[in-house]
Design a protein around this ligand. Structure first.
Ligand SMILES: [Zn+2]
Length: 293
């Protein structure tokens, strides 16, 4: 297997670019300090191994997420089921959302077969699309006037922001935002199939002509199904607690500064773990759907 060489300068460029963007995110309170460090571990491999196009998609996800989280902040502060600063990503969040895109970017580089590169590229896009769909459904859904319904039992309503809750507004917003994300991914990776714009310039991805519209539907569908899995896991196995101080149902073991009371779910599976799993599922679905074409 012959790999395109990675020069020290490439690594330094990559590190410099990600550092600069990360510091901006830190300054804008999009990331916490540990979120910034995790962001380097995720962002540098995506840029260096996955290329500029994948990195731009990662940035798009981050920018979309931070814009969406800032819409209606006062409403969200009221519900905030995780007791974190609204719209700021700490390291577990960064890792949960970025791990699979990072792994697939590394695999794109370390695979020499172009057909397998496409598989990893689809996995990358699908895992990220799943996070885009979930983030937009959550952030916009929280602003809905109708109370969310539990996805596994639509007759039952829950508080806005609760895991497993879905709203019509959130679902529609998710579809629109994921479509926009898919369109961008398609424009970057699919529209000009022979020039994959990278730092290291490995073999280009080749999409067959005429499959581009299909590719877009694959991305949107993978995002949608990934976020559906997110909601189902959130409604079923995700751990839930009740705060002893404010009485709210929360997703974290400590709320209002004290240990919360355990309600249900598997203790090991928190919101980040659910994101981690559904991101993986989104990637697998994208690969499966793309292989059908
Ligand atoms: Zn509380």
């Amino acid at each position: 297997m012959i790999l395109e060489p990675i020069y020290l300068s490439t690594l330094l460029y990559g590190f410099g670019i990600v550092c600069l963007i990360g510091l901006t995110a830190l300054y804008l309170n999009v990331l916490t300090k540990d979120g910034f460090l995790a962001g380097l571990l995720i962002g540098v491999p995506i840029l260096v191994f996955g290329g500029f196009d994948n990195f731009i998609l990662l940035l798009t996800f981050l920018i979309l997420g931070s814009i969406l989280s800032r819409i209606g902040r006062s409403v969200k502060r009221r519900y905030n089921p995780v007791g974190e600063v609204v719209g700021t990503r700490a390291w577990p969040n960064v890792v949960a959302n970025g791990f699979w895109p990072m792994i697939s970017s590394v695999m794109i580089y370390f695979t020499s077969d172009p057909a397998i590169k496409i598989v990893w590229e689809m996995f990358f896009i699908g895992s990220l699309a799943s996070m885009v769909a979930d983030t937009s459904a959550t952030e916009i859904g929280m602003l809905s006037r109708e109370k969310p319904r539990i996805i596994t039992y639509l007759g039952s309503v829950v508080e806005p922001g609760a895991s497993g809750g879905v709203t019509l507004l959130g679902t529609l917003a998710s579809a629109v935002v994921t479509f926009i994300f898919g369109l961008l991914a398609y424009l970057i990776s699919g529209f000009n199939p022979l020039t994959k714009f990278t730092l290291i310039g490995f073999s280009p991805l080749v999409y067959t002509r005429g499959s581009e519209a299909w590719m877009l539907s694959v991305i949107v569908l993978a995002g949608f199904l990934g976020s559906l899995v997110d909601s189902i896991l959130g409604a079923s196995v995700q751990v839930k607690y009740r705060c002893r101080i404010c009485g709210k149902n929360v997703e974290v073991p400590v709320h209002c500064g004290v240990d919360a009371e355990y309600l249900s779910g598997i203790r090991f599976i928190d919101n980040h773990m659910v994101n981690f799993i559904s991101s993986f599922v989104g990637g697998v679905i994208a690969v499966a759907l793309a292989s059908l074409i």
